[in-house]
Design a protein around this ligand. Structure first.
Ligand code: MG
Ligand code: MG
Length: 267
């Protein structure tokens, strides 16, 4: 079978068949997220949560996107999920660390179905958390929704970036700049980059058949980041709390189809 690949400035446009495969990948990711979320509680290790995600992905006939991923650090990533706690923003490595009451926990997970990736993230409180932490989580989720609302054919990537930035900064949060959303498809990271800060009307124009991952990362303090010595974990430079939400979406004739949260369970 030959796939005709249409490109717009390096951005791949997916056929209906390809989007159907990405919808399947999104369902696997959604299922993995739901199972991990159900298992988050004080005392559980991030390795145990990683195993839960991997079992679901494999059981559904898919492959974890991140395990063995080598393009982001000096050593390949060892987890199925990225497990980032409190001031850790993204790319935390699952291990023996136990979640504690009051932590906030960010999970990023990806899966491949028939060669196509889905990529999604959420942050959740562990047991009872502070009002300040809950507000950060709620604002990050809302900033993603506002970004997604801008993802329509004819609009530009900067419209997404601006919507996220304006909402988050009006509330006084830092918006991480160094790490960004991205096109997604046969590769986990494709063009275009989808920053969480920027100006409306700028950047690539969105077209039907484009698939992108939008992923705001907000902090209570600075947007400056540091990478830990493990080569992966990214933390806030000032140690402030951070939250992360991400969905893979497809641009359709009627706006964005959210592939990785089809049932909208956390919205
Ligand atoms: Mg992700
Ligand atoms: Mg991503």
């Amino acid at each position: 079978m030959t796939t005709l690949r249409r490109r717009t400035g390096g951005i791949t446009i997916k056929s209906a068949r390809e989007i159907a495969l990405m919808r399947k990948a999104g369902l696997v990711v959604a299922e993995a997220k739901a199972h991990v979320m159900d298992a988050v509680k004080p005392g559980v290790t991030t390795a145990e949560l990683d195993r839960i995600a991997e079992e679901i992905i494999v059981k559904m006939g898919a492959t974890p996107s991140f395990k063995g991923y080598a393009a982001g650090g000096p050593i390949p990533f060892t987890g199925t999920i990225c497990a980032s706690i409190n001031e850790e923003i993204v790319h935390g490595i699952p291990g023996d660390r136990r979640l504690k009451e009051g932590d906030i926990f960010s999970v990023d997970v990806g899966a491949i179905v028939s060669g196509f990736h889905g990529d999604s993230a959420f942050t959740v409180g562990v047991g009872d958390i502070s009002d300040e932490a809950q507000r950060l989580i709620d604002a990050t989720r809302e900033s993603l929704k506002r970004g997604i609302a801008q993802a329509t054919a004819g609009a530009r990537i900067g419209d997404i970036s601006h919507a996220v930035q304006q909402y988050a900064e009006d509330l006084g949060y830092g918006v991480v700049r160094k790490y960004v959303g991205h096109g997604i498809g046969r590769a986990l990271h494709e063009e275009p980059q989808v920053p969480n800060h920027g100006r409306p009307g700028r950047g690539a124009q969105m077209k039907r058949g484009m698939t992108i991952a939008i992923e705001p990362m907000l902090t209570i303090g600075t947007y400056e980041t540091e990478q830990l010595d493990d080569g992966w974990t990214v933390v806030t430079e000032d140690g402030s709390l951070s939250a992360h939400f991400e969905d893979t979406i497809a641009i359709t004739a009627d706006g964005a189809e959210i592939l990785t949260t089809p049932s909208g369970y956390y919205f």
